[in-house]
Ligand binder design. Structure first.
Ligand code: SF4
Length: 236
């Protein structure tokens, strides 16, 4: 796991684009992609490796990035009124929870704050949860990524509220009935009655999707299939 200093973080890229997944698909956001993850998903397609530098709106930033310098630049660039929200993404952004907190405190109510997390660093999420406006939480299944599932952890995370959070589930053809059952049980315990479903790499199998959707709906959970639109459209 990467080390961090309070006001310095390794950032892979900062860019303006359109949200391609989950409930807010289509929203124009400022993405801050932190380096590092701490989970080793089989088939991860995100480039969250450390880079020497990156460019944003014509300015070059060198890693580890001075978070105050980045926040000041974002504030002065005048882009906050042209976006839906700032998306903290990764990798796993919660490995840099102090930097996220600093950015939110620095920029204040000039925009909304959106976090995309893999759902494994729940203690860190709890610490900054109140400051965030929207939290997209991945449900990770062993069958899809060959890692430990986080469904049991999520069951016990009582601070997660429906009004600001939603769950995203990426599946592939290896999903099994017990996993679906455990996800439904977790959602019911938390009183969440909707979920956003993606197929890994957009390799959709319609009959499987249809069967899974039927199971969710028959358990009173609204499930929405969303293709990973940024991949379809060639966005970042
Ligand atoms: S949690 Fe996300 S970024 Fe991390 S390895 Fe898995 S797919 Fe990649």
């Amino acid at each position: 796991m990467q080390q961090q200093n309070i006001l310095n973080s390794y950032i892979s890229e900062v860019f303006l684009s359109i949200q391609g997944e989950g409930k807010y698909v289509g929203a124009r956001q400022l993405f801050i992609r932190f380096s590092g993850c701490g989970v080793n998903c089989n088939g991860c397609d995100t480039d969250y490796n450390r880079k020497e530098s990156f460019e944003f709106l014509g300015k070059k930033f060198f890693n580890p990035v001075d978070i105050k310098e980045l926040s000041t630049f974002i504030k002065s660039s005048n882009i906050l009124k042209e976006i839906h929200s700032i998306s903290f993404t990764g990798g796993e952004p919660l490995l840099n929870d102090h930097s996220i907190e600093f950015i939110i405190d620095f920029l204040g109510d000039s925009t909304k704050y959106f976090l995309e997390t893999n759902g494994f660093y729940l203690d860190r999420l709890e610490k900054i949860y109140k400051k965030l406006d929207i939290v997209s939480i991945d449900i990770k299944l062993n069958s899809t990524f060959d890692i430990r599932s986080n469904v049991e952890d999520l069951k016990n995370a009582n601070f997660i509220e429906h009004k600001k959070s939603y769950f995203k589930l990426v599946i592939d053809k290896n999903i099994n009935h017990d996993e679906i059952k455990s996800v439904i049980e977790m959602l019911k315990i938390k009183k969440f009655y909707e979920i956003y479903l993606h197929f890994k790499n957009n390799l959709i199998e319609f009959n499987l999707l249809d069967a899974i959707m039927k199971i969710f709906y028959s358990n009173s959970i609204n499930v929405y299939y969303v293709p990973q639109t940024h991949k379809l459209m060639g966005f970042r």
